[in-house]
Write a protein that binds this ligand. Structure first.
Ligand SMILES: Cc1cc2nc3c(=O)[nH]c(=O)nc-3n(C[C@H](O)[C@H](O)[C@H](O)COP(=O)(O)O)c2cc1C
Length: 458
């Protein structure tokens, strides 16, 4: 079996993920493994795709090997997927799967993104392996990698692959109410930054540019557009971690300063993009990856965000999840995602009004699983890596992120007491049905306190 490995890691041959592939290779001498270093040489591949095209055409199995980068795959691999689509190659007899390494922080959205694109390309998709970056160092992880590839090979030999999920027609949505849809003439002072990659290609980006203009006119606050097409990015994040200790990016294109002074200083941030290949497109993803210079610090915490999206978002559950989860983890209230699927004017007005409410009332939506779960992964990671990620560690200490359960000694002891009570039949009988009453006592006290307070106020 001819395996073509698309190494999406900017670390090239030093990619941790690629080590897993190399490990597998040792145990399957009947398979050939050729590697394209997509993450490292994407600019060269953009200029001339012919060698890549030849390699893609002769492969039996395409193996995407990459690190998870900011909920998805590295920007360089996004670009390669674009090039694969543009090549027009017929992939109908080719199998594809994926191996990623990460800390499992939103690894599933990255996998889903590639899966969706494999189906677009007509590839025969096989479920991938999402490994922790340390898995290969342990026997269990090594076995999982080999078992995974044995299963992949068995499926290829038997002509089996995952059927593409049928796209369900989205349920009709309740029409949005238009409040006034009148442009606001007297803007309140403030700084709302609209980050977009709408760029200069007018024909292609006209719908998004029109949505941005309309939104800015409906917003009661002053706003400013940051067009990423104009920013002289030297390249995508290369995962070198030099920013981890210095806070400065390896590239000297001034992006980290620009990000801090122009974008993160805003009162609210609105992102505007056109859906491309089930994501926000290469340029916007490059911007996301380069924000790694902030480390794992939620530096815009408390600031509301919004999205303006041109395209069929109703068919993009994974992308919607990425937007919601990013806001959740960042501690940003997501005011709304305005799309042009149904009634763009009403959607844009709704975003403008909701964002204004959040700003005026300092409203923050409490976190759900996306935020709570995501931050627990970061908490554990930064605590372990505090020696390297000093700025992150300081930030986490200052903001009380280190809420380890083992520190809650009182609660642990309390639960031992409850456990002992429940373990003894005599005590259980004595307590009778008082268990629920006991559990709800603190909640009842809150109500009593507030009832007393509101009575006095009256
Ligand atoms: C820019 C950047 C973004 C990252 N984003 C994520 C992420 O969203 N989730 C995660 O679990 N790990 C994330 N990581 C960690 C990498 O996935 C992890 O270090 C990976 O094992 C590196 O693999 P590689 O050596 O093959 O590049 C990120 C690392 C970088 C540099």
């Amino acid at each position: 079996m001819k395996v073509l490995v698309l190494n999406g890691s900017p670390a090239g041959k030093d990619s941790i993920t690629l080590f897993t592939v190399r490990y597998i290779e040792q145990f399957f001498p009947d398979c050939t493994f050729d590697v394209l270093h997509v993450g490292q040489y994407i600019k060269k591949m953009e200029r001339d795709f012919s060698d890549c095209a030849a390699a893609l055409q002769s492969a039996d199995l395409i193996l995407f090997s990459y690190p998870v980068y900011t909920f998805l795959v590295p920007a360089q691999l996004h670009r390669f997927v674009e090039l694969m689509k543009e090549s027009g190659i017929d992939f109908s007899n080719t199998y594809a799967t994926q191996i990623s390494t990460s800390k499992h922080f939103y690894d599933m959205t990255a996998h889903r993104f590639l899966e969706q694109n494999c189906y677009d390309l007509g590839l025969r998709y096989l479920e991938g392996l999402s490994a922790d970056m340390d898995d290969l160092l342990r026997e269990k992880g090594q076995k999982e990698a080999l078992d995974f590839f044995s299963y992949v090979r068995w499926q290829v030999e038997h002509g089996l692959y995952m059927p593409a999920p049928k796209r369900t027609t989205p349920a009709p949505s309740v029409p949005l109410k238009q409040v006034s849809a009148q442009p606001v003439a007297d803007k309140k002072p403030g700084k709302i930054v609209i980050v977009t990659d709408s760029g200069t290609d007018e024909a292609q980006n006209a719908p998004l540019a029109a949505m941005i203009d309309r939104f800015a006119s409906l917003l009661p606050y002053e706003s400013e557009i940051v067009d990423l097409q104009q920013f002289p990015f030297k390249g995508g994040c290369i995962g070198c971690f030099s920013c981890a200790s210095t806070g400065k990016c390896f590239y000297k294109d001034g992006f980290d300063d620009y990000l801090r002074t122009h974008i993160q200083s805003a009162d609210a941030i609105v992102y505007a993009y056109t859906i491309k290949d089930h994501s926000m497109g290469y340029r916007m993803k490059l911007y996301d990856d380069r924000q790694f210079c902030n480390g794992h610090r939620t530096v815009t915490m408390g600031k509301p965000v919004g999205y303006i999206v041109h395209g069929d978002l109703a068919k993009e559950d994974n992308l919607r999840l990425v937007m919601e989860a990013r806001a959740e983890v960042g501690g940003n209230h997501l005011a709304a995602i305005a799309t042009d699927e149904q009634d763009p004017d009403a959607a844009l007005e709704s975003l403008a009004l909701r964002l204004t409410y959040a700003l005026d009332h300092r409203y923050e939506q409490p976190q759900n699983f996306y935020g709570v779960g995501g931050l627990k992964i970061f908490r554990d990671l930064i605590y372990q890596m505090q020696g390297l990620m000093k700025a992150d560690h300081k930030f986490y200490k200052e903001h009380g992120f280190y809420d380890f359960p083992q520190k809650k000694k009182g609660r642990i002891v309390g639960m031992y007491a409850v456990g002992a009570l429940m373990g003894s039949e005599t005590l259980r009988k004595k307590a009778g049905g008082k268990m629920t009453e006991g559990m709800t006592l603190p909640y009842r006290k809150v109500l009593e306190r507030v009832a007393g307070k509101t009575k006095t106020e009256k």
